[in-house]
Design a protein around this ligand. Structure first.
Ligand code: HDE
Length: 724
């Protein structure tokens, strides 16, 4: 913001003015020129010499106006009684501008405050006409526009992208029958069974109320205290401690509607449905040390990754799949599907892929779209209905209520990002920020005065007509919700040994940040119900002398069959598609090697970013300049999926004394990534004490590098860190 200096005396003004004139001639950067010219021109008539400096070359600018359309002649200076005198209350232009600025923020979301969104479309590939009247699920090939928002849960709007946390996965489909919001997460189960406990679980995970920290972290006493007293959370805890909670990219997460919903067909028959999103690029997670370092290297890592992918035309894509099942099938499940702490294993009810979502457009404006988008699980279309899941039932109330306070008006649905793209009409009227101008006398129904007034339609929304369960009214938790450990055990035992070690280590990390010993012990007690070896590993990691007692379990854990689709490693794709490789160069780097590596990596579907000690780049061995995408100190290897180091011997020797260069390879190695080095790059490996393995290859062997870069080198992990 440019300020006119207070108390500038006459000679200084003259000096500044002559400096401004000089800067004009010598093409001083625009900002300097602008401020000095304006300061120098601090007279009552400030038009004139400075104006052309505000016009970028070739611009055809509309006049700058107030919100009332009043064209402005001066957007630099407020109105003063004399050039050095007091400001005037009369200055309605300043007041309008500052008042608007003072009100720029709206309350951030209480949970899921930190989010990134994108526009896209859904395309149906398999009709569910047998099950539903929802047009979006019956018209094969039809594209439905949508807006999708990913989020973390615990942190505030300005918090980091890579904490250990659940990711929100919310999609608003603008269907021809109204908006359908599928407001899910990247984990198929939830912490609690009843909406009554939601404020408690959220309070416990948010920063502690007396000290105001930690931000965006579950590793603290209040969260684990609550969890230790909430055994129903143990299944979700297994997921939250797994690498699902530290995704590498939002483009590589799964999404789940979590609850059972109902599909309703034209005859009114209903079928239960669970919704799943599956990323085209496969699942991919960070390792914990990498996620922590990413938080420092690039707090916006996920948002930037999504933005860049869309900007590059590398559109993120997911399959939408459903699990369909009847009441009779549900009755035979060894768990209650209305309990959101349970999932339906794919072995029990297979997934059917019915379409795909493509995100192909970044929002024009973050606030207007990503911030103001208002998701509500209650937004459904005819042919989709709710189940009795008590968590879902609570959500049906909560989101509308939240939007009223966040967006401040019952007309929030009129904001462009929230408005249905199909016609909509009813007799609701008025309210804050009413944007529409309804015509006529009729604002009630039934009516006979207006043949155009909106009416009910047989094609409209209907609730499933299903008999209610037997039983009495009351504040009760169904008996069928009582098994808290069987699926937690099933999840843990379905993981690969690497993933089990990560879960155990995450528990040790989190509980080591808990100051209260009895809370740490209580959690280990719960783990004994899940898997005694896991409990022992965590107890050892915490340095507990003895294994704490397990709390009484309402239902003893059963051994359910392992389910490989619950893994991440099993769902990783051996691919470089959508990935990014960092190539560290300096003056004299071999041009041929750089070219060959780039070619091979790009042919495999990944992007290459050049890193150099200076952002201006370097001169390669052929004498040609190579610009850099990132400067070494600010572009560590954590932001890449694999790295290559191509250095002349002299540069290698010099960089071997540079912390950022050594960390570049040491972190890539520690994060189980492929590394390609030439002779000069070998200096960095030596400085980092890195031994070659099958993931550390010669830069001249681009083919082996690409092969190694397609995955993580899990076997290396035992060499680089102690896991629980
Ligand atoms: Fe939410 N949740 N939630 N939630 N939730 C919100 O609504 C709530 C739950 C989820 O990108 C809030 O607009 C209750 C499960 C996502 O804008 C709030 C309960 C799942 C988003 C709210 C739950 C979710 C929210 C805060 C228990 C996965 C972000 C801001 C009964 C299926 C959507 C807002 C976006 C946001 C309430 C549980 C997913 C306070 C009461 C389970 C992805 O209304």
């Amino acid at each position: 913001m440019q300020h006119r200096p207070v108390g500038v005396d006459r000679p200084l003004l003259i000096l500044l003015r002559s400096f401004a004139m000089a800067s004009k001639k010598t093409a001083t950067p625009r900002s300097t020129t602008r401020s000095t010219t304006r300061t120098g021109g601090a007279t009552r008539d400030s038009r004139g010499q400075g104006d052309e400096l505000h016009q970028p070359a070739g611009g055809k600018h509309p006049p700058l106006t107030t919100n009332q359309g009043l064209p402005l002649s001066d957007n630099q200076n407020s109105l003063h009684a004399t050039p050095r005198g007091p400001g005037l209350l009369e200055d309605f232009i300043l007041r309008e501008k500052i008042t608007h600025f003072d009100h720029e923020r709206i309350p951030e979301r209480i949970v899921h405050a930190r989010g990134s969104g994108a526009h896209g479309y859904f395309e149906l590939s398999k009709s569910l006409a047998r099950y539903t009247t929802a047009r979006i699920l019956t018209e094969v090939g039809e594209r439905t526009p949508l807006f999708c928002r990913f989020s973390t849960v615990a942190g505030g709007a300005g918090s980091i992208d890579t904490p250990r946390d659940v990711r929100g996965f919310a999609v608003k489909f603008y269907t021809q029958q109204g908006n359908w919001d599928l407001v899910g997460n990247n984990i198929p189960v939830f912490f609690i069974q009843d909406a009554m406990k939601f404020p408690d679980v959220v309070h416990s995970v948010k920063m502690e109320p007396d000290r105001g920290f930690p931000q965006a972290a579950s590793a603290h006493d209040t969260f684990w205290d609550f969890i230790s007293l909430t055994p129903e959370a143990m299944h979700m805890i297994m997921w939250a401690m797994s690498d699902r909670a530290i995704p590498r990219s939002l483009r590589m997460i799964e999404g789940f509607g979590v609850h059972s919903f109902r599909l309703l067909n034209a005859k009114g028959a209903s079928t239960f449905v669970k919704f799943h999103w599956r990323p085209k690029l496969g699942l991919q997670s960070a390792v914990w040390d990498e996620a922590c370092k990413l938080a420092g290297a690039d707090p916006d890592f996920h948002r930037r990754d999504l933005f860049e992918a869309i900007e590059n035309g590398d559109y993120p894509e997911w399959e939408l799949a459903v699990q369909l099942f009847t009441q009779e099938q549900a009755d035979a499940f060894p768990f209650d599907h209305l309990d959101a702490t349970k999932l339906i294993p794919e072995e029990l009810v297979p997934l059917t892929v019915i379409g795909r979502m493509v995100l192909d457009r970044w929002p024009d404006n973050f606030f207007a779209e990503t911030e103001q988008v208002a998701f509500c699980p209650s937004h459904v279309v005819p042919g989709i209905d709710f189940s009795n899941d008590p968590l879902l039932q609570g959500r049906l109330f909560s989101y509308l209520d939240t939007q009223l306070s966040r967006l401040g008006s019952p007309n929030f649905h009129q904001l462009p990002i929230n408005a249905p793209k199909c016609p909509f009409a009813n007799l609701q009227r008025d309210g804050h920020m009413q944007m529409r101008v309804p015509r006529g006398r009729v604002n009630y129904e039934p009516s006979s005065l207006d043949p155009q007034s909106p009416r009910e339609t047989p094609a409209g929304f209907r609730s499933a007509s299903v008999p209610a369960d037997d039983g009495a009214k009351g504040r009760v938790r169904p008996e069928s919700f009582a098994d808290h450990y069987s699926q937690a055990r099933q999840f843990y035992r379905s993981q690969t040994p690497y993933e089990q070690a990560h879960i155990a280590s995450a528990l040790v990390f989190e509980l080591s940040k808990v100051g209260t010993a009895h809370v740490r012990e209580a959690i280990v007690g719960h783990l004994r119900h899940i898997d005694s070896a896991l409990a022992r590993r965590v107890a050892d990691g915490l340095g507990l002398a003895a294994l704490p007692a397990a709390p009484p379990a309402a239902v003893a854990a059963k051994d359910l069959p392992v389910s490989p689709p619950l893994q991440i490693i099993g769902k990783m794709k051996s691919t470089l598609q959508g990935r990014c490789v960092g190539l560290l160069i300096d003056d004299g780097s071999d041009a041929g090697t750089v070219r060959a590596l780039r070619k091979a990596v790009e042919a495999a579907g990944a992007r290459v970013k050049i890193v150099a000690p200076r952002i201006g780049g370097a001169k390669l061995s052929d004498g040609k300049p190579q610009t850099a995408d990132g400067q070494l100190a600010g572009t560590p290897s954590v932001v890449f999926d694999a790295v290559a180091v191509v250095l002349a011997d002299k540069a290698g020797k010099r960089l071997a004394k540079e912390g950022a260069a050594i960390d570049f390879v040491r972190d890539a190695y520690g994060h189980l990534k492929a590394i390609a080095v030439d002779q000069g790059g070998q200096w960095l490996l030596d400085a980092g004490g890195i031994e070659r393995d099958e993931g550390v290859v010669d830069a001249s062997d681009a083919r082996s590098f690409v092969a190694a870069a397609k995955g993580r080198l899990w076997e290396r992990e035992a060499k680089v860190r102690t896991l629980a």
